[in-house]
Design a protein around this ligand. Sequence first.
Ligand SMILES: *Cc1c(COP(=O)(O)O)cnc(C)c1O
Ligand SMILES: [Zn+2]
Length: 397
Amino acid sequence: METTLETTDAFAGLRCVDCGETFDAETPHRCPDCGGILDPTYDYDRVDLTRADLEARRFDTMWRYEELLPFAREHAVTMDEGATALVEAPALAERMGVERVFVKDEGRNPTGTFKDRGQTVAMTAARMHGATDVALNSAGNAGQSAAAYAAEAGLDAHVFLPERAGFTQKSMTLVHGADLTVVPGEIGDAGAAYTDAMADHDWYSTKTFVTPYRHEGKKTMLYETVEQLDWQVPDAVVYPTGGGVGLVGMHKAAREFRDLGLVDDLPPMYAAQASGCAPIVDAWESGADRHEAWGEIDTVFGGIAIPDPGASPLILDALEESGGGAVAASDDAILDAAVAVARETGIEMGATCAAAAAGAFELAERGEFDADDTVVLLNTGAGNKDDDVLRGHLGTV
Ligand SMILES: *Cc1c(COP(=O)(O)O)cnc(C)c1O
Ligand SMILES: [Zn+2]
C-alpha cells in the first residue's frame, strides 16, 4: 500500500508535550526523542473560520471542522460520526438547582460511543501511513470501535480486551471481523498482551495517547457543544474520566475556539471518576501535578477504571487552567444516577457514563454550581452497551 500523507493547510506537525520538539506527520506515534505524547499543532493564522462560516455548514458529521483536524474530510475513514444531539434535561436542572442541564449524547455514534471520534481520525492516519494492520488494547468500547473503523478502511484489526469487557463489545469486535484476544485480568493485563504481540508484528497502533490522533478527534465534542449552545460557553462540562482522552481533547478545542476569537472563555472541565479507581481525583485533591498509580481496582466500570493514566499531567493542567475540578462517586451512586436519569428524563446513559451524572449531582450538592449555570454532561456511550449492568442494579433501587 502506498503512503499518501496529505494533511490540512494549517496543520503544522506533531509537538511532543514533554520535550517540545516538533515532528512531521510521517512520525506515526510517540516522540522519537523522549517517548512523550505527540500533540497535533496548527498555524492558527491560516485558519480562517467565523461563526457565520460554521453556521452555514450542515451539522452532519464531526468532519465539518476539517480546518482544525489534521486530515481533510475527503480522505477520512468515516461513518458520519459526531454531530450528536445536545439534549436539554430540565428535570436534571431542577434536581441540581441550576438553570439548564444538557446531555451531549454520544450514544448516537456508529458504534454507540464517542470512541468513534478518535478512531475515525486514527484510522485515517493508519491508512495514510500505508498500514495493513492496526492494534490496540482497550476496556471494550475502543476495541469495538477500532474493529468497525478497520473494517471500513479495509484494514485488519488486532484487539486485546480484558475478560471483564462487556458482552456487546467482545461480540461486535468479532462481528466486524477483528482478531480478538481476551486476556484474564484487567486492562493493564490486556495492555501487557498487546505489548508482547507488538514486539513480534509490524502493526500500527491506534491505542490511547500512542496515536496522536484520538484526542484530536475528540476535540470536536466541544466545538459542537458550543455551537449547539449558540456560542454560549457552558459553566461546567462534566466528563467520565479514565485515560482522559476526551477531556484533554475538549480542553484543547476550547482553547482553539478562544484563540480563534470564536468565544471568550474556557468552560470549566470536571473529571468524574469511580471511587474504586480515582487516581485523577486523588492527584487533584492533593494538588499534585501528576497521578500516582492506583492499587487495586474496585469498580465495575471498566471504561473509566484506568489505574495508571499516562496523560494525567495534561488532564490536571486542563482542570486547573479551565477552573474546573475532579469528583469521585461510588459504584452505587453511579448506577443510581443512571437509573434516575433514565426515569426522570428518557435519556439512556451508559452505566460508565453515568459517572458524569453522579459526579455532577455531588458537585451540585457541594454548592459548586450557581443558580444561573448551564451544565453539560457527557454521555460518552449508549445505555444499551452495558444494559445488563443497569438491569442488575434494579433490584437495589
Ligand atoms: C473510554 C470511555 C470513557 C473514558 O474515556 P477517556 O477519554 O479514556 O477518559 C468514558 N466512557 C466511556 C463509555 C468510554 O468508553
Ligand atoms: Zn519528546
